[in-house]
Design a protein around this ligand. Sequence first.
Ligand SMILES: [Zn+2]
Length: 464
Amino acid sequence: MTQMIGRALRGERVGGSAEANVVLFFDDWKRLVDWANPKDGDTIDKPKLSVKGYHPFEYISIRLVEELSKSIESGGDYQIVFSKICPTGWYKTEIVYADADNKHESMESFTEFVMAYEHTKSKFDSFILFIRSTNLLDEWSKEYLDEQWMQSQVQQWISERFERKTDNIGEKLDSDLIKVVRHIAQNQSVPIYHSFEERELYDLDKIAYKVIDFPPRLKHKYLDEEFSKPERLWKVFYRSLIRFETAVDAAVRNIISPPVITTISDEPILPVNSEDNRELNEEKKEEVKKRDGYACLCCGVNTKSKLQIDHIKPFSMGGKTSLENSQTLCVMCNRCKGKNEIDFRCNTTKLSIPKKLDLSFRIESQNAISQTLPRFDSPVEYLTFRTESQNAIRSLTRIVNLFYHCKAVYKVNWAVRPYGYNIYLYPGNNPEWLLKHKIELLKYIQDKLDPNAYNIEINTQDKS
Ligand SMILES: [Zn+2]
């Protein structure tokens, strides 16, 4: 509704009509509703930039690996010139990219690094000077550029200013030059060079020793100042001051009480009887699936191809391959369950104290809800959105069930107001356990499942 009102008020300038019909609603709002500001219409012309919480992937060059292995295999006969394969520093580039898949509608800002080597550093520097002095920059500042168009330019620069044979380390010279030029064009400034000698500056232990005896306020002030120094890379590494402070605190803790290396589990390893079969036969498997209603007992997914038969008590821990010790799980839930003994036919947790909330699960990409806010221009869009929400609901159910080590989730509702999710637990599962992780869980939902989620509620079934 926020969206609809916002859109209605934006008017003709952004493709709407001159008149807006506003229906007055009376309702009992429990929370402040962040009504869309009509001025936000501007964002249609100039999309807001979102900074991704991760860096783009960088592949390690197979050539470097080959060079190293040749050197190792030759027993020293093959000499690598280290100055040619070990970078001396990097240029930091910041570029806004338009998303080609999304018809260039969404923009993302990325920070990427261009490695420089002893023999390429001066070439890069003179290339940067040259680019600054040319007139081609307007075209290059666009967020979306045609790859072929860029290549034709880059190839010319390389042949004029670089030696492809020695300078194309890791086969990245083309993309490196493109980054440099795009950075200069978009920012009207040259990318800053950070020499690896600066590494010392980013030694957390050194900072930890520095602040170890500071009182809290002074420590905060010191770290805030350090973090905010414009020439430092802390913001690139940690994104926010709080993360930086957390990292320093961890380093301090390690100095005060070094982590004790614990030995691997002292649980006895049970001998596996080779007579036992690891899997049920097809007939028995079918029987288990039928018993479990042809659905994953943990998350409820009922796509036949995704269903597997799991050992409730893992086979490796002496669990029997029997109907009684078997349950139907989907591939995802089975993988997440791992080596835990969890009976998802059971609705009450057997744990006496809560386990850590594990949010490290890999999310199937189709589960993530698209970054755009829900706006339902057609029933199809609405249905698509509902399907995506269903996937989010499934992932949430999985996380909570695994947290309680049983099928603790009675249901998860999609809540419209405030937009978010309501989690209902079967009685006998203490909601306080999960409530302790509410912020963490909501953050996870926003990052991984549904960026628009505003709230989660955790209740027991009888309150629903
Ligand atoms: Zn599942």
